[in-house]
Design a protein around this ligand. Structure first.
Ligand code: NAP
Length: 301
């Protein structure tokens, strides 16, 4: 594998970088907040002092930071990747950001002889840890081909959807679909509990039928307990819905279920933004406290 750099060692990035290191990559990592590289250094990675230095030591550099302005900062800000990357470097952006901004970043990098692939991921922190992520790739054929060994170390289902930005558009679709899935499971479970059903037996029963889903299998327990450890931060999903709703507006589309979820999430952000996005169930429970005492103060709706 070519020399790989990794910028952004959060919930996702740290686990994805660890899988790259285990796959035998010669890895250089950087994170804004110091101290987060220690575990990777323990696995054999080198720590760089800036994104620019990480890029200078790498042929391929992976980014996994929060939002569009953050990707812009690590690419083009002071000490950014574009300062250190030699011509011929490939940037793989695994963050979930705006498709239009991705195309603009790609143009700016191309002026410096640097190629870019967008490769946002799905599958949660579990998928990142286990290396089973679904990856939506966008970019020129040759660039995606070159990115593949790196992507294969981090994910299982890798699909090339088209030009640069296509991966981000596909990820926006993913986030719209999961809006309905989380809200549907939350409403169903609250209805079941209110109707006096044993929620665990209910989930077991539902798992064999048409209501079966990743959310039901992996997040129903949190919704039943009304405790929402990460996972995937609610604030990040709200950010992703913003991207999807902006894309829909550009295409003159309205997405009623996504808009409803965005409104519910807006009501939860201040108190619950850093909790798992399954905390949408807390808002539904707040409106409909289950029989027996609610475990927490109801969330705003
Ligand atoms: P996270 O745990 O909050 O980590 C965010 C990372 O981005 C941290 O390393 C943070 O550095 C870095 N960062 C943020 N702003 C930065 C800036 N301006 N300059 C430099 N570094 C910056 O988030 P995450 O869950 O890993 O998510 C990362 C990306 O993956 C997001 O785009 C998210 O939407 C996407 N994603 C997440 C999941 C999930 O289940 N968590 C699933 C699929 C996709 P510090 O340590 O200094 O804060």
């Amino acid at each position: 594998m070519e020399r790989v750099g990794f910028v952004g060692l959060g919930t996702m990035g740290a686990a994805m970088a660890a899988n790259l290191q285990r796959a035998g990559a010669s890895l250089t990592v950087w994170n804004r907040t110091p101290g987060r590289a220690a575990a990777l250094v323990g696995l054999g990675a080198r720590e760089a002092a800036s994104p620019s230095e990480a890029a200078a030591r790498s042929d391929i550099i992976v980014i996994c930071v929060s939002d569009t302005p953050d990707v812009e900062a690590v690419l083009f800000g002071p000490g950014g990747i574009s300062d250190g990357a030699a011509r011929g470097t490939l940037v793989i952006d695994c963050s979930t950001i705006s498709p239009a901004a991705t195309r603009e970043f790609g143009r700016r990098l191309a002026d410096k002889g640097v190629a870019m692939v967008d490769a946002p991921v799905s599958g949660g922190s579990e998928g990142a840890r286990l290396g089973t992520l679904t990856i939506f790739a966008g970019g020129a054929d040759a660039d995606v081909h070159r990115a593949r060994p790196v992507l294969e170390a981090m994910g299982k289902t890798i699909t090339h959807l088209g030009e640069l930005g296509s991966g981000q558009s596909a990820k926006a679709v993913n986030q719209v679909i999961i809006s309905g899935a989380y809200l549907g499971v939350a409403e169903g479970l609250v209805l079941g509990m209110k109707a006096g059903l044993d929620p665990h037996r209910l989930v077991e029963a539902l798992s064999g039928g048409a209501a079966q889903s990743w959310v039901l299998a992996n997040r129903a327990g949190r919704m039943i307990d009304d405790v929402y450890p990460l996972g995937f931060k609610l604030s990040l999903h709200r950010k992703d819905l913003g991207i999807a709703l902006e894309l829909a507006m550009e295409l003159d589309l309205s997405l009623p279920a996504a808009e409803l979820t965005a409104a519910i999430e807006d009501g939860l952000l201040a108190e619950h933004g850093d909790e798992d996005m399954s905390v949408v169930a807390h808002a539904v429970r707040g409106q409909n406290p289950p029989t027996g005492a609610p475990t927490r103060k109801p969330g705003p709706v």
